[in-house]
Design a protein around this ligand. Structure first.
Ligand code: GRF
Length: 266
C-alpha cells in the first residue's frame, strides 16, 4: 500500500488517542487520513475533536438499542443475516453462561447496533478501522463482515495493559491494584476474544513507590499516544503480517497461536 490509507475510528469517550492519530496523520507520521469518527454515545468529547478537524462523525447509540430491547425484545429489528448460534459458537465471551436470556440479549442488541455501524461505515471504503477507547465488544457478526480476508485483519485496538495480563475494561486499575512494578499498553488486532488478538506493539513504563492510579493512567496514556500512531504507520506501510506459529511444549503438546510479524522497511 503506497497510497495514504483511509482510516475509520470508533470511540466512546474523551478521544485523546483519536487526537494523537489525527495529529500523526496531519503531520505525516502516518501515511493516512481519518475519514470518519463513530461513537456508541452522543455528546462525547472525541466527537468534538473530530469536528474540530472537519472529520465526519456519526453515533450508533448502543444504550438506546439496549433499552429498546429490554422494553420489548420483539420491537428490535434484528438483521436478517444474523445467526445467533453461529455467533455463540465463534465467540465464547460468557463461558459459564452460554445459553441464557442474558447472552441472547447481548448478541441480539449488539447485532442490531453492529448492523447500523456497518451501514454507516460502508460508504467510506476504509482500509483500517481503529478502536480508540471504544468500550464495546465487537461480535463475529461485525468482525467477519469487516474482516473479509481472514489473513489480513484490519481492525486494531489499544488496550491499557501489557496483554495478555489484565484484559477487560480497567487495565491500568488492575495493574495498579495488583502491585505491578511495570505497567504498559498494547496495540493488537481484534479477534473474537476479549483483548486476545495478535499483538502488534507494546510499550511499558516503571511504576514507582509514589505513583497513584492517576499518575499511572497519565504515564500509560503518554505511551499510548506514541504507540498507536506507530502501529498504524506499520499497517500503512504494509509491514504487518499475521502468521500461525506452532510450538512443541516440554510435555509434548502443541501450542499454536496467530502472531504478528513486522517486516523490514522497503
Ligand atoms: C485508553 O486508555 C485506551 O487504552 C482504552 O481506553 C482509553 C481511552 O482513552 N481502551 P481516550 O478516549 O483515547 O482518551
Amino acid at each position: 500500500m503506497d497510497k495514504a490509507i483511509r482510516i475509520g475510528a470508533l470511540i466512546s469517550g474523551g478521544g485523546t488517542n483519536l487526537q494523537a492519530i489525527i495529529d500523526a496523520c496531519e503531520d505525516g507520521r502516518i501515511d493516512g487520513q481519518v475519514v470518519f469518527v463513530g461513537s456508541d454515545k452522543d455528546g462525547v468529547r472525541g466527537l468534538q475533536r473530530a469536528r474540530d478537524h472537519n472529520i465526519p462523525t456519526f453515533v450508533v447509540d448502543y444504550g438506546e438499542i439496549i433499552r429498546k430491547y429490554r422494553k420489548s425484545p420483539e420491537a428490535l429489528a434484528l438483521p436478517q443475516d444474523f445467526d445467533l448460534q453461529d455467533c455463540l459458537q465463534r465467540q465464547n465471551l460468557f463461558p459459564e453462561d452460554s445459553d441464557s436470556a442474558r447472552v441472547k440479549a447481548f448478541f441480539a442488541t449488539r447485532a442490531a447496533a453492529e448492523a447500523a455501524l456497518l451501514a454507516q461505515i460502508e460508504p467510506y471504503r476504509i482500509d483500517l478501522l481503529v478502536l480508540a477507547g471504544f468500550m464495546r465488544n465487537l461480535t463475529p457478526y461485525f468482525i467477519d463482515r469487516f474482516n473479509t480476508d481472514q489473513d489480513n485483519p484490519r481492525i486494531m485496538n489499544i488496550h491499557p495493559a501489557l496483554l495478555p495480563s489484565f484484559p477487560g475494561v480497567d487495565g491500568y486499575g488492575d495493574t495498579y491494584r495488583y502491585g505491578c512494578k511495570v505497567g504498559g499498553c498494547t496495540v493488537h488486532f481484534i479477534d473474537y476474544g476479549e483483548d486476545s488478538g495478535p499483538i502488534i506493539g507494546q510499550r511499558c513504563f516503571a511504576i514507582e513507590e509514589g505513583d497513584s492510579l492517576d499518575t499511572i493512567k497519565q504515564k500509560g496514556l503518554e505511551q499510548e499516544w506514541q504507540l498507536y500512531p506507530e502501529c498504524i504507520q506499520l499497517f500503512a506501510r504494509n509491514r504487518l503480517r499475521t502468521v500461525r506459529l506452532t510450538h512443541k511444549l516440554d510435555d509434548g503438546s502443541l501450542y499454536s497461536r496467530t502472531v504478528v510479524k513486522i517486516l523490514a522497511e522497503g
